[in-house]
Design a protein around this ligand. Structure first.
Ligand code: GLN
Length: 463
């Protein structure tokens, strides 16, 4: 299937940056041999999976969508990758993404964009557009993602698939190429809620290699998905976040960003929740109007620090300028050639925000907004068990449309970013097709930290 549809950066889906065919066949054969020999196997043994190229894979190239890591082959596996191997899934290869996971369209990949399988002229979302497109094009039944501000959920929304950002700390970050360490979280991408739950339980769990890893047992997400599939939500209170509903004054997108078909399908989903017995209430999270601004100070600040390690000495690319090069000029020439425009933009923003004299005004203020957002969530969860909004304000937009307009690209994540700032879990699942363009829309579910199972129960009932 990959050979038939994936094509190249010039034509085709282009979900994969690297296909590990031989390794996949060898893994699959070992599963077959064990099965034939009667060796007991875990539930997902033999199921193919696509891995986002931000996760280190021993012996397989890992670029994070950047030229600066071209040709780098990691000497170790990310914990998530180890767990996938231990569960005997078959790794098909590495999926395309915006460079260092910065973006909402996969157009910031240094290796060319991924196309949306629903319409090749449209974006598949980002940064995990490769993983989402691989699912939507039936190139893989499961994939992994990372979500710092929406990079699992927004691609799921625009490709008609399911994506989950677990509670911060629920899945190990060890071996993930860091974007913003206080926001990054890996999670499952799948075509159904139950599939996502099965992969969630494989990926999650305490890891001593990650200092922010939770020691709690993983929430029972598979059991919750099975229970939800019966379709009974009586006793469940669902809160609609007024500021993320797009037809109230003071909405977080500036009032005009929500597409009619997205809102129509969202309202239908609310009716379905009510039919299943849920009580639907409205909640207000007034600080969400400042979430995007706070995120675009915190994220670049952390990213500028995390990306300092790409110094031409340790990994990948090294560009040596003419004349008598020094460590400094090699570093400058390598970063100039190896990083794309969006990455440079964020490094400049981040180093500026962290500069002495500006720290309190920018980073400090953003951290205060983060606290306000956490308080808004705490209050909202007193009134509701799960919160809902459209995942993304629009369906998949045309390739190229927002490439020269960073702010409109950033607005794609207006509804997904608050969950990262608060560390809570979120899911996007399909909510139907928009009338005006025939493209998929998504509904986002949010739950309190460590209550990931609520997403799966409600998601499976809605599916
Ligand atoms: N689109 C967001 C950004 O560019 C989300 C990134 C992410 O979740 N990795 O920052």
């Amino acid at each position: 299937r990959i050979a038939a549809v994936d094509g190249t950066a010039e034509a085709g889906v282009h979900a994969f940056l690297h296909v590990a065919a031989e390794r996949a066949l060898a893994q699959a054969k070992r599963v077959d041999d064990d099965r034939a020999a009667g060796v007991p196997l875990p539930p997902l043994a033999g199921v193919p999976i696509a891995v986002k190229d931000v996760m280190t894979t021993r012996g397989l190239p890992t670029t994070a969508g950047s030229r600066i890591l071209e040709g780098w082959v990691p000497p170790y596996d990310a914990t998530v990758v180890q767990k996938i191997d231990a569960a005997r899934l078959v790794t098909l290869g590495k999926t395309n993404m915006d460079e260092f996971a910065m973006g909402s369209s996969t157009e910031h990949s240094a290796y060319g964009p991924t196309r949306n399988p629903w319409d090749f002229t449209r974006i598949p979302g980002g940064s995990g557009g490769g993983s989402a497109a691989a699912l939507a094009a039936f190139e893989a039944p499961l994939a992994t993602g990372t979500d710092t501000g929406g990079s699992i959920r927004q691609p799921a929304s625009v490709t008609g698939t399911v994506g989950v950002k677990p509670t911060y700390g629920g899945v190990s970050r060890y071996g993930l190429i860091a974007l913003a360490s206080s926001l990054d979280q890996a999670g499952p991408c799948a075509r159904t809620v139950l599939d996502a739950a099965l992969l969630h339980e494989v990926m999650a769990g305490y890891d001593p290699c990650d200092s922010t890893s939770l020691t709690d047992p993983t929430p029972p997400v598979v059991a919750a998905a099975r229970e939800g599939a019966h379709g009974d939500l009586s006793g469940v209170r669902v809160g609609v976040i007024r500021e993320l509903h797009g037809n109230s004054s003071g909405d977080a997108s500036g009032g005009s960003g929500y597409q009619a078909g997205v809102l129509a399908r969202f309202d239908e989903s609310l009716n379905l929740l009510q039919k299943a017995g849920a009580e639907v209430v409205e909640v207000s999270c007034p600080s969400f109007t400042a979430a995007l601004a706070a995120y675009y100070l915190i994220l670049p600040s952390e990213a500028s620090s995390n990306l300092a390690k790409f110094d031409a000495m340790r990994y990948g690319l090294r560009v040596t300028p003419e004349g008598a090069p020094s460590a400094e000029t090699v570093m400058a020439a390598t970063r100039e050639a190896g990083f794309g425009d969006e990455v440079k933009r964020r490094i400049i923003l981040g180093t500026y925000a962290l500069s002495s004299g500006y720290y309190d005004a920018y980073y400090g203020s953003a951290q205060k907004v983060r606290t306000l957002i956490q308080r808004d969530f705490a209050k909202a969860f007193e009134q509701a068990d799960v919160l809902v909004s459209p995942t993304s304000p629009t369906t998949a937009f045309p390739l190229g449309e927002k490439l020269d307009d960073p702010l409109s690209m950033y607005l794609q994540d207006v509804a997904t970013i608050p969950a990262n700032l608060a560390g809570i879990p979120g899911m996007s699942l399909p909510s139907g097709i928009a009338d005006e363009d025939g493209l998929p829309t998504g509904i986002q579910l949010l739950a309190p930290a460590r209550a990931d199972e609520r997403l799966y129960r409600v998601g499976a009932a809605l599916e």
